[in-house]
Write a protein that binds this ligand. Structure first.
Ligand SMILES: [Zn+2]
Length: 318
């Protein structure tokens, strides 16, 4: 008899392509918790945490600093800590093992840019990342400036006490100050990433696609809802979700879904080795055929969570 772990392995093996979706839980596994109200924010941004009474990293990155230099100090300290000195570890290694030689695409709301820094280049960062800026005056036209080295230089000058207003990064095209490209009125999703994503979805949405969901809480519907809908709309597709204590699998895809209520590392180990002492649920027996009215209700439920940008961009899967 085959157990759930072996079934999940079989789905991985049989898949034509993997759509990997990842959110907060994946970043937390790598040590970046935006919401935690602990001493971490002090460790990362030092005296500025106290100066502005910043409770966590999310507030540090989104605070409306009266002093532009302090804003860039914070950006630079966060970037130095989480990006400049980042070395992909066990989690990324195991993700690579799980992917094997399958075509894949990573769809994430994580802003730490770690997938790119770990050399996963098939990537859509729907909320941008903390290594990219856009022109504050012409965010559309002068978009997506890579500021990795700029941030490192700001950090070094900040530490040496030589940082001045002249170091505030400006647009090469027009000279206006740069702004971090994070969600807000001027946010620009990277259109090159969007184009690659559309092409991946077009190529595989009717094939044996496996959605591998990593650390996306049920309250985060931005990526979760459309990827589940993709699975609901394709009988050959499968869905594996990993989220300790927070599995949420709709009945309509229950017979093609497996949930690991475990750490991502433990689930990766199970997927790689075929065994492990992890809490695994599913797949369930196929649901009885729905009546037309039930189907309509189900569609309406899924529609409700559909993020408008995917509809507007015509990349609605399934
Ligand atoms: Zn500009």
């Amino acid at each position: 008899m085959t157990n759930s772990i072996q079934t999940a392995q079989q789905w991985l093996h049989d898949a034509d392509a993997l759509l990997i979706t990842a959110s907060n839980g994946f970043s937390i596994t790598e040590g970046l918790n935006l919401f935690a109200q602990d001493s971490k924010v002090k460790t990362v941004i030092g005296d500025l945490a106290e100066k502005y009474r910043l409770p966590n990293l999310l507030s540090a990155m989104s605070y409306n600093y009266p002093d532009a230099l302090d804003r860039w100090r914070v950006y630079a300290r966060v970037a130095e800590y989480y990006q400049y000195n980042y070395h992909p570890g066990e989690l990324m290694d195991k993700l690579r093992q799980v992917i094997g030689d399958k075509p894949y695409f990573i769809w994430t709301s994580n802003v730490d840019h770690h997938f790119a820094l770990a050399d996963f280049d098939q990537l859509l960062e729907v909320e941008g990342n903390w290594q990219t800026a856009s022109c504050s005056t012409h965010p559309k036209e002068h978009a997506h400036v890579d500021i990795r080295e700029t941030l490192h230089q700001i950090y070094e000058k900040d530490q040496a006490g030589t940082l001045t207003d002249a170091d505030i990064p400006s647009c090469d095209e027009c000279g206006a100050p740069l702004a971090m490209n994070v969600p807000g009125p001027a946010f620009q999703m990277d259109q090159a990433q969007v184009a690659k994503f559309e092409s991946f979805i077009n190529q595989y949405q009717e094939k044996k696609i496996l959605v591998l969901e990593l650390g996306i809480g049920p309250q985060n519907q931005l990526i979760k809802a459309p990827s589940m809908q993709l699975v609901a709309g394709n009988d050959q597709s499968h869905y594996i979700t990993i989220n300790k204590g927070q599995l949420y699998i709709p009945d309509v895809i229950g017979d093609r879904s497996i949930g690991f209520s475990s750490t991502i590392l433990d689930a990766f180990d199970a997927l790689i080795t075929g065994k492990g002492k992890v809490d695994v649920q599913g797949p369930t027996a196929p649901a009885p055929k729905m009546t037309a009215a039930e189907k309509k209700q189900q569609d309406e439920m899924l529609q409700k969570f559909y993020p408008s940008y995917t509809i507007n961009r015509g990349i609605r899967p399934g």
